[in-house]
Design a protein around this ligand. Structure first.
Ligand code: NOJ
Ligand code: CA
Length: 559
């Protein structure tokens, strides 16, 4: 009886959680053909010689990004900050950090992007502020005020559960942090407040409600100025103790409804690391990255980088396996179920780039890029990956790049290399010169040289994006089916089809030659579309595939 009751309750409960999405306005059409380009503003392009990239630099390079084929930007946080976590510690959500420019510059960026048919998404650090934020300073005071309950404080400074930080404050209590100690969590409430923790407020309490209202005010502010959407930092973690994410889902459904009421074309993107779940919560896109199941990392993380690993699929030694990625990818695709998108980026500011460790030649990068640009998800180029910019090990900590003294993100945040004259045009002795790469190899990626070289990684990426744009079956419309994705086996083979046209993609990132035979009836010809060192011959209901070491191929099947 008890068992049945539990089942009945769970069904009702899940139905409640799932029902959130039915009333949501549709995902804007433009997402279907979005090609994202992520910009880490401090390292992109400096225009005033202070050594730090700026908004004018981004405006200057819009034509370049458009030439590459990208039509949507995601900017890492560019707001007033203490820069103890590279801008993820906001001091004023309504003001651009002076080192990047002014609010008017950002407005101009929106306008210039829109003129070129491009969109601009900002980073919304929704879960925490800097400990220097005026709200947090008010919240520390003994006297009750507007901000007393905007953060999560225990009722006594000696009461300090895990993730709580004590200090010398006017009020008696320890505060809940989100990431670094300098990032106090904003109070969105607890889904299941613990009766033994009297400071844990329900999501309906006044403090959490005001926090939520403020979040929407911030969004409205930038959307009215011309922003096209947000990537939400640490999206699943705003509401505490929410194991089934019921309250979290309600929160995002409310935020999305609010956002789309006035700005139906705006987009909400999660940093969740689990697209199936993020889309169920109301997000329109989420990333498969280093967070969540071991999928992205099993493909790309090799012996070097922020998070090194013993083996991965895109490595010359051929000891990786594609199976974890493939099953996570297919599960996510099933779960997003047309209600949103997966994004598998080339990298981001939190983990190593594609060019890392022993994956360091243009030919190896081309195999990886062919994979990333032919999936049934939305592509994202992390600035610099289009030229093969390297991850650099051993750089000093820079504005919180080092996590727990161990995981170094500085090597993935180095300046964009526009030409060879001098790094990224950053001046000497400035803070950003820490980012100058020390590259002893002959392959020195930079935009200027690569633009003039038809076989460069840059032109490869550009032409591949162009091919995807012109080939409906290779875009988000086409379905994906993995034809050969065996445990610890190479090559990787999959099919993309929109019902009218069918393509087969073959990727062999290993150094060894492989031949496989797959059952595939009724193919007359496999026409090479984008091929290097791979052959397919259809014969008697089979596809014979012959893939040399470090090879890729996109073939059109004629049936
Ligand atoms: C995720 C961001 O991507 C990362 O850079 C940041 O340090 C943490 N969230 C904390 O905001
Ligand atoms: Ca500058």
């Amino acid at each position: 009886m008890k068992f049945l009751l539990i089942i009945a309750c769970s069904v009702l409960f899940l139905a409640g959680a799932m029902a959130q999405n039915t009333s949501l306005k549709p995902v804007p059409e433009w997402m279907k053909t979005a090609y994202f380009y992520q910009i880490y503003p401090q390292s992109f392009k400096d225009t005033n010689g202070d050594g730090i990239g700026d908004l004018n630099g981004i405006i200057e390079k819009l034509d370049y990004i458009k030439w590459l084929g990208c039509n949507a930007l995601w900017l890492n946080p560019c707001f007033e900050s203490a820069f103890m976590d590279a801008g993820y510690d906001v001091i004023d959500y309504y003001k651009v950090a002076p080192r990047y420019g002014t609010n008017d510059d950002l407005k101009r960026l929106f306008k210039e992007a829109h003129k070129r048919g491009m969109r601009v998404c900002l980073d919304l650090v929704a879960g925490h502020t800097s400990d220097q934020h005026p709200w947090f300073k008010e919240s520390q005071k003994k006297e009750k005020n507007e901000f007393t309950d905007r953060y999560i404080w225990t009722s006594d400074s000696t009461v300090k559960p895990e993730k709580y930080v004590s200090g010398t404050f006017g009020r008696n209590g320890a505060y809940r942090k989100n990431f670094f100690d300098c990032q106090p969590a904003l109070n969105y409430g607890f889904a299941q407040p613990d009766p033994d923790h009297p400071w844990e407020q329900p999501v309906t309490a006044e403090g959490p409600r005001k926090t939520r209202a403020e979040l929407m005010r911030i969004m409205d502010y930038w959307l009215s100025m011309g922003a096209d959407g947000f990537r939400v930092d640490m999206a699943p973690s705003l509401i505490k103790n929410d194991p089934d994410k019921v309250e979290t889902n309600k929160l995002w459904a409310e935020v999305r409804s609010h956002m789309q009421k006035k700005f139906p074309e705006s987009v909400l993107i999660a940093e969740w690391g689990h697209p199936g779940r993020a889309v169920q919560a109301g997000f329109m896109m989420d990333f498969m990255i280093h967070l969540g199941p071991d999928a992205f990392s099993s493909m790309f993380f090799n012996e070097e980088g922020t998070y090194p690993r013993d083996s991965c699929y895109f490595r010359l030694d051929g000891k990786g396996t594609p199976t974890d990625f493939v099953s996570a990818y297919m599960n996510n695709l099933r779960d997003v179920d047309g209600k949103g998108y997966i994004c598998v980026p080339t990298a981001n500011h939190d983990f190593q780039r594609l060019a890392c460790g022993s994956r360091n030649t243009p030919e190896q990068l081309k195999v990886a890029l062919t994979f990333l640009m032919t999936l049934q998800s939305i592509p994202l180029v992390y600035y610099g990956d289009e030229i093969g910019l390297r991850f650099i090990s051993g750089l000093p900590d820079k504005e919180g790049s080092l996590i727990k003294g161990k995981y170094n993100r500085a090597g993935t945040r180095t300046p964009m290399q526009w030409n060879t004259t001098k790094g990224a045009g950053f001046s000497d002795g400035d803070p950003a010169s820490f980012y100058l790469p020390v590259d002893s190899s002959t392959f020195r990626p930079n935009v200027e040289a690569e633009m003039g070289d038809p076989s460069s990684v840059l032109n490869f990426t550009r032409k591949l994006i162009e091919l995807r744009k012109q080939t409906d079956a290779l875009g988000t419309n086409g379905k994906i089916e993995f034809l050969y994705a065996q445990k610890c086996a190479y090559p990787l083979v999959y099919k993309r089809t929109n019902g009218k046209e069918t393509y087969v993609i073959v990727l062999n990132p290993s150094a060894q030659r492989y031949q496989v035979e797959l059952n595939y009836p009724a193919v007359l010809r496999a026409v090479p579309v984008w091929v290097n060192q791979v052959a397919i011959s259809p014969e008697n209901g089979k596809l014979r595939i012959d893939a040399n070491g470090v090879s890729y191929g996109i073939f059109k099947l004629l049936e």
